[in-house]
Design a protein around this ligand. Structure first.
Ligand SMILES: C[S@@+](CC[C@H](N)C(=O)[O-])C[C@H]1O[C@@H](n2cnc3c(N)ncnc32)[C@H](O)[C@@H]1O
Length: 214
């Protein structure tokens, strides 16, 4: 995965300062509340692309038992670990650095799998959805960009800025309907589908068999 050059120490410091000042973004908060409403107590969580840790730490504070945080950007992972220590949660988080699709064979099933604003940073949405859905024992939650012209314009503008800076990382406007279809095929039904101006906030529950063995 690209992105480490964007999600660097400076960006991590900025995001962590914002998290401490204002708490999680609204879309993150909605996903967190949705998971808590479905029951987070004692849950094992796989948080993919967790950034500086807003969602994973929120879930631990809400009663989740433990988190495996798989993050491709080392600077974000370090900031998330700092914040976990500061909040006294460090013992309940394990960290893996890298791309969850590449690491998939080493990752087992968790009660809850989350991808907060991650699908738009990854070229192969099908692989990311399939790998994470297969590892979601009960709930799969994500924040992903809506398919609206202003969102597409924003993502395209971001890519122009990245190209001008000669950074190879790109953002992607994957089709949300396709993501939803793959989740249904993997045995999931929606329990929460909300949106903000920019984001879908989705929580899906497993109703069918599937997944991998731990
Ligand atoms: C836009 S940031 C979102 C961070 C945080 N979840 C938030 O909402 O503030 C996307 C993060 O996903 C990570 N990421 C993208 N694809 C990934 C993958 N396949 N495996 C692990 N991490 C990934 C990136 O490194 C980046 O830190």
């Amino acid at each position: 995965v690209g992105g480490a050059e964007i999600f660097d120490a400076r960006m991590a410091r900025r995001d962590l300062a914002r998290l401490r000042r204002r708490g999680p973004a609204r879309s993150t908060r909605r996903l967190l509340e949705g998971i808590v409403a479905q029951g987070a107590n004692g849950a094992s969580v796989l948080d993919v692309g967790g950034g500086v840790g807003a969602l994973q730490l929120g879930l631990l504070e809400a009663g989740a038992a433990r988190v495996l945080s798989v993050e491709a950007a080392p600077a974000y992972q370090a900031a998330a670990a700092d914040e976990a220590r500061r909040r006294g949660l460090a013992e309940r988080v394990a960290y893996r650095a890298g791309d969850v699709v590449e690491l998939a064979s080493e990752i087992g099933v968790h009660d809850v799998v989350t991808l907060d604003r991650v699908l738009c940073c990854y070229p192969d949405a099908d692989a990311l959805v399939d790998v994470t859905a297969a590892r979601a024992g009960r709930l799969w939650g994500a924040v992903l960009p809506r398919e609206r012209w202003w969102v597409r314009l924003g993502l395209a503008g971001t890519n122009v800025a990245l190209r001008l800076r000669r950074v190879p990382f790109r953002v992607f406007a994957h089709d949300p309907d396709r993501v939803a279809r793959r989740l249904r095929d993997a045995g999931f039904e929606p329990v929460l589908r909300e949106r903000t101006a920019v984001w879908h906030v989705w929580l899906y529950e497993r109703v069918g068999a599937g997944g991998v063995r731990e």
